[in-house]
Write a protein that binds this ligand. Structure first.
Ligand SMILES: [Cu+2]
Length: 463
């Protein structure tokens, strides 16, 4: 984390000149810490106030605060940021305090919070506190409950956290653009009683999506549903952090969806209980079991499980397009098409043309394909047994024996006990009974003429 003092010094005149700031008795705006790395940061244990089990933000961090006369004071700076989506691709986004999403805000039920929001964007903004019960004038809807925050100015939001739970923040100003550019953040309000809904590990992330042409840096802001980068906290596999879990821990995962479509989020190896939404905690008697939880648009879900099964457990969105990166978008289906002869002719005209997909697309997982600068292969990542063939919304929950209570480092790949890995049959091959092959079927007398339209892979059309 770097100091924001330089920023405050240069922008100080504008900050202190804002009328809203002078209403605060203490006058000075708290420092706005800045995060320079997209790596998952260790949980921030509360230095003061009521105790709680802090959360871990996947590829993110928690915003430090100061206490001032009974108020917890935070400072968010909305600004353009550069976010690495995964090694090999950086996006030019808008976010808060150096990253997109912005830092997670953590506090405790009953806390009075004062959040300073400085606008370092090229246009006005606001912040809406999604799910928080607060005075109407603090709700952050530009034009409806407050004037927009002009460029270079700082506004102050003050409210009491009336209930614990899972919430988020995002602009309610030029919303389509500002959310497509990555402006959002997580809010966790911990229960006053630290034993209520207590867990040992508590992971949070926002589900977001971008449309960035291979080779470009800035998202297309008018895309409605056809995004090509499906991300968790503005990261895609293999850039999404692992969830390191100690065997025996009670684990909670909380997610919020700020994309234009629902995401059925699936965890392997476990069944889990749905324990919360952005509306509140689900009472024990009403919790229900799942292995996939659908997170609707503009909604949040929390689920919990006891980590009793060690292993490397895949954790991903179950829409298979959402576990592909940009180069997988708009690729024509070639399965069953024999284009040996035609490929030779095309290569004479387009030397870098590649034949692909005629036997499925698994080859893409290991293929060294020439990519434009600043994009990612459609499926990527390597595991202990070879290419993982995933992208987008995919990561691994790594349940291990003997981790320290506060150890979230990547424990490496799981060492399977002998005799517990799927294996190849080496005995005599059984004789399979099959339908007659297509060519021998009586009805098929002549093969139909095939008309073949060949497109180069990765063409992103129909927008
Ligand atoms: Cu999805």
């Amino acid at each position: 984390m770097t100091s924001r003092r330089n920023f405050l010094r240069t922008a100080g005149g504008a900050l202190l000149g804002a009328a809203v700031v002078s209403r605060v008795a203490q006058g000075a705006v708290p420092e706005a810490p800045l995060q320079a790395t997209p790596d998952t940061q260790p949980p921030l244990a509360p230095p003061s106030g009521r105790p709680y089990q802090p959360v871990v933000t996947l590829n993110g961090w928690t915003l430090p605060w100061r206490t001032n006369n009974g108020w917890k004071e935070f400072h968010l700076v909305a600004e353009p940021v550069r976010r690495q989506l995964a090694p090999g691709m950086t996006a030019h986004l808008w976010g808060y305090n150096g990253q997109s999403p912005g830092p997670t805000i953590e506090c405790v039920e009953g806390d009075k919070v004062r959040i300073f929001v400085t606008n370092g964007l090229p246009e006005h903004t606001t912040i809406h506190w999604h799910g928080i019960l607060l005075p109407s004038g603090m709700d952050g809807v530009g034009g409806l409950t407050q004037p927009q925050i002009p460029v270079g100015r700082t506004f102050v939001y003050e409210f009491e956290m009336k209930k614990s739970g899972t919430f988020m923040y995002h602009p309610h100003a030029d919303e389509m653009v500002q959310m497509a550019m990555g402006m959002m953040g997580f809010i966790v309000v911990h229960p006053k009683n630290p034993n209520f809904m207590r867990v040992d590990r508590d992971f949070v992330f926002l589900i977001n999506a971008y449309d960035i042409e291979p080779g470009a840096y800035t998202p297309k802001v008018a895309t409605m549903t056809d995004f090509n980068l499906w991300s968790w906290n503005s990261r895609v596999f293999p850039g999404i952090g692992h969830l390191a879990v100690r065997k025996g821990d009670r684990v909670r995962v909380r997610m919020g969806n700020l994309t234009m479509t629902n995401h059925p989020i699936h965890l392997h190896g476990y069944d889990f209980s749905v324990t919360g939404t952005d509306g509140g905690w689900v009472p024990k008697s009403a919790q229900w079991p799942e292995v996939t939880i659908d997170v609707p648009v503009g909604a949040m879900r929390a689920f919990e499980f006891d980590a009793i099964y060690p292993g490397d457990w895949a954790f991903h969105c179950h829409k298979s397009h959402h576990t592909m990166n940009a180069m997988g978008h708009g690729v024509p289906t070639m399965i069953g098409v024999d284009h040996r002869g035609i490929a030779q002719k095309i290569i004479r005209l387009v030397p870098d043309y590649m034949v692909m997909g005629e036997r499925g697309m698994a080859d893409m997982g290991e293929m060294e394909m020439p990519l434009p600068d600043n994009t990612l292969p459609m499926m990527t990542g390597t595991g202990p047994f070879g290419p993982i063939e995933m992208g987008g919304m995919f990561t691994v929950v790594k349940v291990r024996e003997g981790l320290a209570r506060d150890d979230y480092k990547d424990p490496g790949w799981y060492k399977h006990p002998p005799g517990t890995v799927a294996y190849e049959w080496k005995g005599a091959a059984p004789v399979a009974t099959r339908m007659a092959p297509e060519s021998k079927r009586a009805t098929q007398t002549a093969a139909p003429e095939r008309e073949l339209r060949v497109r180069k892979p990765g063409v992103h059309s129909r927008h």
